[in-house]
Design a protein around this ligand. Structure first.
Ligand code: TXA
Ligand code: MG
Length: 335
């Protein structure tokens, strides 16, 4: 399947494809999504089939403007304080990488929400994504455009390699800016909490609405159905360690190393007995967390080569976007 460069004509074609019940892959600021009309159950079923995704894992519905939120969510059952928090969050972080879990509008198909009374909604900040959504149904269900459980796509080429034979149109907007998925925030439950750390850090949300908790249980599928362990996984085995432990792991055939910053990589290389020609990647030379997040999936895609049997990854600082990196690393771990 050829890639379609982002321009008005190709966006119109992708929108037409979604309107007639097909699927189009498109970039957002986080990762590439596989889009379908959120109100077309047949198109939604196609998403689950193509991704090989379990039906109990609900989708995020993407809207193009705040004033279309009521098409998919019904805020009327919520108390005033929760509604104020939602207003503050949408004003500050939308458009952007924050997904809100809200009571669903009745007409949203059960397939989109896996039968839950809530719906996940996001207003992406990439202008071309909003243009596509506005030109199609105004509500586009879009999971990450990868087979279920695999590494998320941060470029059109990743989508092409993983789903190219199954998707009608792949819009190519180059590498994504944030590089990690949106933060999923349950704002309407009894306990307000982050279900998936992502592009908007916990600290930024807390500074706006006060303390929230984080659901870090790796297997708590009842709380956020998509958050099972062994997700976002490369084909090669992956282990995560702090730098001290990485020092004890020798460079040898079949191993590859993913360092958070350049200084750590250099220290590790110095500790090796022979100068290693092992494949090493650094997420950010200067240790900049935003840059590291943006390069995270791309680096794992590059390391996940047939000749690599094991990837040893350094844990990121547990702050800001570093939490989201560590979350993805933990879920990619298979020993
Ligand atoms: O950045 C993103 O969010 C990307 C781009 C394409 O927008 N999309 C994405 O979608 O990551 P997906 O399907 O890969 O992840 C959706 C997550 C899953 O963990 C799912 O369980 C959770 O959102 N989710 C969706 N609806 C939910 C609901 N009603 N309650 C709790 N969690 C929900
Ligand atoms: Mg995904």
């Amino acid at each position: 399947m050829p890639l379609y460069k982002i321009n008005d004509e190709n966006i119109r074609q992708a929108a037409a494809c979604i309107i007639r019940g097909g699927l189009a892959a498109f970039p957002t600021e986080t990762v590439y999504g596989l889009g379908a009309d959120a109100f077309n159950p047949d198109a939604l079923a196609l998403i689950f089939e193509i991704k090989n995704r379990p039906r109990f894992d609900p989708l995020i519905i993407h809207i193009a403007a705040l004033n279309t939120l009521e098409k998919v969510a019904d805020l009327s059952p919520l108390d005033i304080s929760t509604r104020k928090k939602i207003d503050a969050l949408t004003e500050k972080f939308w458009p952007g990488p924050l997904t809100l879990i809200l009571p669903k509008q009745q007409k949203v198909p059960d397939l989109a929400t896996s039968g839950l009374p809530t719906v996940a909604v996001r207003l992406p900040s990439l202008a071309s994504a909003r243009q596509l959504i506005a030109l199609s149904s105004g509500a586009v269900a879009a999971p990450s455009a990868n087979p279920f459980g695999f590494l998320s796509p941060t470029s059109a080429e990743h989508v092409q390699a993983m789903l190219g034979d199954k998707v009608e149109i792949i819009l190519d907007g180059g590498p994504t800016q944030v590089g990690l998925e949106s933060t999923v925030l349950d704002i309407c439950g009894a306990q307000q909490r982050i279900l998936r750390p992502g592009g908007i850090p916990k600290e930024a949300i807390e500074s706006l609405i006060g303390p929230i908790s984080e659901n870090t249980a790796l297997d708590d599928t009842a709380i956020s159905p998509g958050m099972m362990k062994n997700h976002y996984a490369p084909r090669a085995g992956l282990e995560t360690h702090d730098l001290e432990t990485l020092f004890t792991i020798p460079a040898e055939n079949g191993g590859a190393f993913l360092f958070f910053d350049g200084a750590s990589c250099k220290q590790w290389q110095k500790k090796q007995k022979q100068p290693p020609d092992t494949l090493c990647k650094v997420l950010s030379e200067t240790g900049n967390i935003t840059e590291a997040a943006a390069r995270f999936f791309q680096s794992l895609h590059e390391l996940d080569k047939p000749e690599i049997s094991r990837i040893y990854a350094q844990i990121a600082p547990e702050e800001g976007l570093g939490r989201a990196i560590n979350d993805r690393l933990q879920r990619a771990t298979h020993i």
